[in-house]
Design a binder for this molecule. Structure first.
Ligand code: SF4
Length: 135
């Protein structure tokens, strides 16, 4: 998939782009959400960190990562890994995109900046501005 998105896409269209684009997470959803039947706080920390790292690697090569990021920035999921970011990181990116004061981890911002660098119509506004426009 091209690394650009039209300026305005509905959530439904973004969802359809993701589902129709062979998303990498369909083969093992629990890798992205955590083990079924186990509350997130009950998943051992080392297991969770390893699981999230593998999920990030799957996302890195996913053909629909950009619409997935746009979808997550709009819906702000409470859990899971989306486009290679944890729900907490998505919240930080979305807040940064809306230019609210945040203490966002700069690593997700740099990665989102790289991912959305070719969104049309975006000038030099920094990662948060570009992220806001695709969301
Ligand atoms: S980027 Fe990751 S979470 Fe999003 S659709 Fe692809 S594999 Fe799934």
């Amino acid at each position: 998939m091209a690394r650009t998105l039209p300026a305005e896409l509905s959530l439904r269209k973004l969802r359809d782009l993701i589902l129709d684009g062979d998303p990498g997470c369909v083969c093992d959803p629990e890798l992205f959400t955590g083990p079924a039947g186990i509350e997130p706080e009950d998943e051992p920390e080392t297991n969770q960190a390893a699981r999230i790292e593998v999920a990030r690697q799957v996302c890195a090569s996913c053909p629909v990562r950009l619409p997935c990021l746009a979808y997550a920035l709009r819906t702000r999921p409470a859990a899971g890994v989306w486009a290679g970011f944890t729900a907490e990181e998505i919240t930080g990116l979305a807040a940064a995109a809306s230019r609210r004061p945040v203490r966002a981890n700069p690593a997700p911002l740099r990665e989102a900046n790289r991912l959305t660098a070719t969104v049309p119509g975006q000038g030099k506004g920094g990662a948060s501005a570009r992220s806001a426009e695709v969301a």
